[in-house]
Design a protein around this ligand. Structure first.
Ligand code: GLA
Length: 338
């Protein structure tokens, strides 16, 4: 059997998912494939791109201790799903590893399907979010796994993370979405991500859910750091709404402005950018035909996403909005996926 799960790029709406806010990711045409057969009492995978073998017993108890490093994600899935039968096969990917395009979410989702997961896309995403948290210790949100599991070809997904309701939003043919890797592997991500999340929770303890908070309430917050973090979240949720409207109206100039404002907010209020990401965004925005650019995902390195006129950017990966995870052949797949 063969299962496939895509990576993602987030067009706008970062560091909003874990406070129940809005995000607009799209699944991309770079994918991870798991191929093999069920059987036995261990999960055994080799990777075409990374060293070593993942060899995991079905009753493993600490996914974070698995080796090599990539095997932790597989171990996380085993620990969450607790399959009764093992699996032997290989994993391969067209995604760049550790570049911020959710290669780990794609591996988790493809693995879960290979192990026989049979629920909805949302259930698959929640299981894989838990797997990622167990594997890495990072209290990540659900965005990456949700779009990898439930992506819709030709569309980004407007995700309301307070309900996990998902609305496909068409990505028009008249624009290119281009992803450019900064060359910086994400560092500090573990501790800084957790600390940002804690700061958002501290702001919510005062203001209530940030997805309901007004900007006026945020400006009343006494602590300047909590205020800046909350301001990012509240303004970013608003930018997602306006971006969806602008995209629907074909107003790419407005979309680009919102992306630049999002980057500035992630840089100054949320402090998850780096000098290299800032430089890359400025350079890309200076290219004729580029409407806007921003860091995408967690930040601290990784990738920038740009929206531009078709063909305006020669470098980077021109990505297409793609379908979510699926089982391609072999045994029964996830009957209710999609
Ligand atoms: C990472 C996490 C997501 C989300 C983004 C930031 O990709 O896995 O849940 O929080 O960062 O938007």
């Amino acid at each position: 059997m063969r299962s496939v799960a895509p990576g993602r790029v987030n067009l706008i709406g970062d560091h909003t998912d874990y406070t129940g806010g809005l995000a607009l990711p799209m699944a991309i045409d770079l994918v991870t494939t798991v191929e093999g057969a069920r059987g036995g009492d261990v999960v055994r995978l080799v990777s075409a791109e990374a060293e070593g073998e993942a060899r995991l017993s079905l009753d493993l108890d600490d996914p974070a201790a698995a080796a090599p490093a990539w095997a932790r994600y597989v171990a996380g899935v085993v620990a969450v799903l607790r399959p009764e039968t093992g699996f032997a096969g290989q994993v391969s990917t067209t995604l760049p590893l550790g570049a911020g395009l959710s290669s780990s979410a794609a591996l988790e989702v493809a693995t879960a399907l290979a192990l026989g997961f049979g629920g909805t896309a949302t259930e698959l995403a929640l299981a894989c979010q838990r797997a990622e948290q167990l594997a890495t210790g990072v209290p990540c949100g659900v965005m990456d796994q949700l779009v990898s599991a439930g992506g819709v070809a030709g569309h980004a997904l407007l995700v309301d993370c307070s309900t996990l309701a998902v609305h496909p939003v068409a990505v028009p043919d008249g624009v290119d979405v281009v992803v450019v890797f900064s060359g910086e592997r994400r560092h500090l991500a573990t501790s800084a991500y957790a600390s940002r999340r804690r700061q958002c929770e501290a702001a919510q303890a005062i203001l209530g859910p940030l997805h309901h908070a007004s900007i006026e309430a945020v400006e009343e917050l006494g602590d300047p750091v909590l205020q800046a973090r909350a301001r990012h979240v509240v303004t970013e949720n608003d930018r997602v709404r306006r971006f969806v409207e602008a995209l629907g109206a074909g107003d790419f100039v407005a979309c680009g402005r919102l992306m630049i404002a999002s980057h500035d907010s992630l840089r100054h209020d949320f402090e998850v950018s780096t000098p290299r990401l800032d430089r890359l965004v400025s350079e890309l925005c200076a290219v004729p035909g580029v409407y806007g650019a921003r860091l995408t995902g967690a930040g601290f390195g990784g990738c920038v996403v740009a929206l531009c006129r078709p063909g305006a950017l020669a470098g980077g990966w021109r990505v297409r909005a793609s379908a979510g995870a699926r089982v391609l052949d072999g045994e029964a797949g996830p009957a209710r996926l999609s």
